[in-house]
Write a protein that binds this ligand. Structure first.
Ligand SMILES: Cc1cc2nc3c(=O)[nH]c(=O)nc-3n(C[C@H](O)[C@H](O)[C@H](O)COP(=O)(O)O)c2cc1C
Length: 462
């Protein structure tokens, strides 16, 4: 039996079912829920076979069929690399001019069609990992400056290389033109829009953040300059795909980074105002970045005061949202209960609610909330466990992708393990420890399995 976070008294979810109107594309969502971007790692990857790498697979499309029937207003893909030489991890999808093919286009069209099949808007998150490209893929990645991501490692194949600062010409050819190509590819494939990944320490946030942007040209220095690259990408995309097409363009952006010299909320306000002035449809507010130990700082509560208010970045969103008048704000990170979501909307901190980890366990959580009296996410005893990290979410996504929603009588949760009990969580963690030991052994032999997903099989289908 599943266990949910207990809620008393319960709250009326009606406000969560309200439409949102994107100001530039003029598109409307059917409700306030956003499926946040989640790295899936479900594609083939081989550095020596880029043409075959990063093409949406049946498993990835099956997974999205589960979310498609989950009741979201907007579904975001996981991050899609716009440069095959700069992915966040191996195994994600790639859209890169040099790899264009009928096969890739057909697979992306199928993904778009599947994501839209239940009435959600389908939006692709476009990303360039910059200095966070794994060294095994690229020893000298591009970044804003030459600030290397330092992590404690004894293996030459792990970690990140010393980045090459992009010249102004390279900013145009290696970044802006690649984002534009990828956005156009998405438009032609039938997606409703794109989101620029400007959060969590990847290339755009390397420009945005003073900790990684040490430039003294027009892309460095004050907040307005650090936001310039994002604005140039936006303008170039809109030249190719004007607002009249109805194509949505948004950005995921950090509100704060919780680290020395990291982005502070006052600068985030300045940048978000610029994004609104330039007509972005939405800004998804998140926060945090990779810290010194390569652990992601930000997927947990950083302050006791936010714990009571549920969302991790609510105090920061509270400063950003009132500074804007038309751009739609989504807040992602920490939402687990209907009262918590409603409070954030009623306090005027956000328009929409982004959900990440809870919806790998339950791809149809919005439907359950809006139509079946559910008031909270499942309990997740392993959330925050540093050894497990996000591996359990990738195991659940892998399981969900075993079959399509149609093949499982329309049940989006079919085949996904339920870790809401301590026993089930203990069993999973034990099996994961074994997987990690094997992984380490293979790494020591120099045989690093490139795509790192723990394919944990359970009885009812996966
Ligand atoms: C397995 C996993 C993969 C993620 N991949 C991405 C990603 O590709 N792009 C992104 O912007 N955020 C990514 N995130 C962050 C989520 O979108 C979200 O911001 C974060 O999980 C906090 O929301 P939550 O508390 O609802 O999980 C990922 C998170 C997890 C757990």
């Amino acid at each position: 039996m599943s266990h949910r976070i207990p809620i008393t008294p319960s709250a009326d979810p009606a406000i969560l079912g309200e439409h949102l109107n994107f100001p530039t594309s003029k598109r409307q969502t059917r409700n306030r829920f956003l499926k946040a971007a989640l790295t899936e790692k479900l594609c083939f990857y081989d550095k020596n076979q880029p043409q075959k790498s990063g093409i949406p697979t049946k498993r990835l499309i099956n997974l999205h069929s589960k979310w498609a029937h989950g009741g979201f207003g907007v579904i975001l893909t996981g991050n899609v690399a716009i440069d095959w030489n700069h992915p966040e991890v191996p195994g994600n999808t790639i859209i890169d001019k040099s790899l264009d093919s009928e096969e890739r286009r057909t697979a992306f069209k199928k993904l778009a069609e599947t994501m839209k099949s239940g009435g959600s808007l389908a939006v692709v998150q476009l990303s360039h990992a910059g200095r966070l490209t794994p060294i095994a893929i690229n020893e000298r990645p591009f970044s804003a400056s030459d600030v290397q991501m330092q992590i404690p490692t004894t293996s030459l194949k792990a970690g990140y290389g010393v980045p090459i600062p992009l010249t102004q010409e390279q900013i145009k050819t290696e970044v802006i033109e690649k984002f534009v190509y990828a956005a156009k590819f998405c438009y032609e494939s039938g997606f409703d829009g794109i989101e620029l990944h400007g959060a969590h320490g990847y290339l755009l946030s390397q420009f945005i953040s003073p900790s990684t942007n040490k430039r003294d040209d027009r892309y460095g220095g004050p907040a307005e300059n650090r936001a310039r690259l994002v604005l140039e990408i936006y303008k170039a995309i809109r030249t190719e795909i004007p607002a009249e097409t109805g194509f949505i363009v948004g950005i995921k952006m950090n509100s704060v980074e919780f680290q020395d010299q990291g982005l502070e909320v006052d600068d985030a306000v300045v940048m978000c105002k610029e994004f609104e002035k330039h007509d972005f449809d939405f800004i998804e507010l998140s926060g945090g970045t990779r810290g010194k130990g390569n652990q992601y700082i930000g997927f947990q509560h950083q302050k006791e005061s936010t714990r009571k208010r549920e969302a991790f970045f609510i105090e920061f969103a509270n400063k950003i949202k009132p500074a804007l008048t038309k751009t739609i704000i989504y807040l992602t990170g920490g939402f687990r209960t209907v009262p918590g979501m409603i409070d954030a909307i009623q306090e005027g901190v956000t328009d929409g609610i982004g959900l990440g980890r809870p919806i790998t366990a339950e791809p149809d959580l919005p439907n359950k909330i809006l139509h079946h009296g559910v008031q909270s996410a499942l309990i997740s005893p392993l959330e925050g466990d540093s050894l497990v990290g996000t591996k359990l979410n990738n195991s659940q996504m892998w399981q969900a992708g075993e079959s399509s929603c149609e093949e499982t009588n329309g049940d989006p949760c079919y085949g996904i393990m339920d870790l809401s009990t301590q026993d089930a969580s203990n069993d999973y963690k034990k099996a994961l420890v074994e997987y990690l030991e094997n992984f380490a052994q293979k790494s020591n032999n120099g045989k690093i399995p490139i795509v790192d997903v723990f394919e944990y099989k359970i009885e009812n289908g996966a």
